[in-house]
Write a protein that binds this ligand. Structure first.
Ligand SMILES: [Zn+2]
Length: 193
């Protein structure tokens, strides 16, 4: 029995104990230069756009064929990618973040902010905090009470929402990069004379 077993880092960024416990609960990313696998619309049509209802998989096996192992673990099995490993943690490009499973637009770059917590963070979903694209659920896993957020349309696990965000909402939607795909905003077309 070691007394050092109970030692904890003194300083924690963003969400303090939550981040620590989350880190303990995260799953390891697969080896390779990036934890995300290439987004191939031939494998996962949701990266190309919003899927029709009839095109949504019904079983885990169908989801598994479309998603990378990390995407499947996070989005379909409520996993958490390791902090600071996600593709979109620090992106600032204007555009829209869509569900990696069904292609539904979920978050906009306009609500994204740098939280320093290691995951993409948003002030609000694309249709606002009272919108209908993102659903909330009480999550009592890992000895915490948190609010899980999912894609309302397909049930994909996205992450959690915390009340330590900046104005105007005071909320921080802490979202796994593995659960979303990004469409950069298209440049404005030529203006007519
Ligand atoms: Zn979805």
């Amino acid at each position: 029995m070691s007394r050092h077993a109970l030692s904890r880092p003194a300083t924690l960024a963003c969400g303090a104990a939550t981040a620590l416990l989350l880190a303990a609960a995260t799953i390891a990313a697969p080896p390779g230069p990036t934890p995300m696998e290439p987004a191939d619309p031939a494998i996962n049509p949701a990266v190309a756009g919003r899927l029709a209802d009839d095109d949504l998989p019904k079983t885990d096996e169908e989801w598994r064929r479309r998603l990378s192992p990390l995407q499947f673990e996070v989005a379909r099995k409520k996993g958490t990618e390791r902090a600071f490993t996600g593709k979109y943690t620090d992106t600032e490009t204007p555009g829209t973040y869509r569900c990696i499973c069904c292609g539904e637009p979920l978050f906009s770059s306009g609500e994204k902010f740098h939280s320093g917590c290691g995951w993409p963070s948003f002030n609000a979903p694309i249709d606002g905090v009272k919108g209908k694209t993102v659903a909330e659920h009480e999550d009592r896993s890992h000895f915490m009470i948190r609010t899980e957020v999912t894609c309302r349309r397909c049930g994909a696990h996205l992450g959690h929402v915390f009340n330590d965000g900046p104005p105007p909402t005071g909320l921080r939607y802490c979202i796994n990069s593995a659960s979303i795909t990004f469409d950069p905003k298209k440049p404005a077309g030529p203006t007519k004379p």
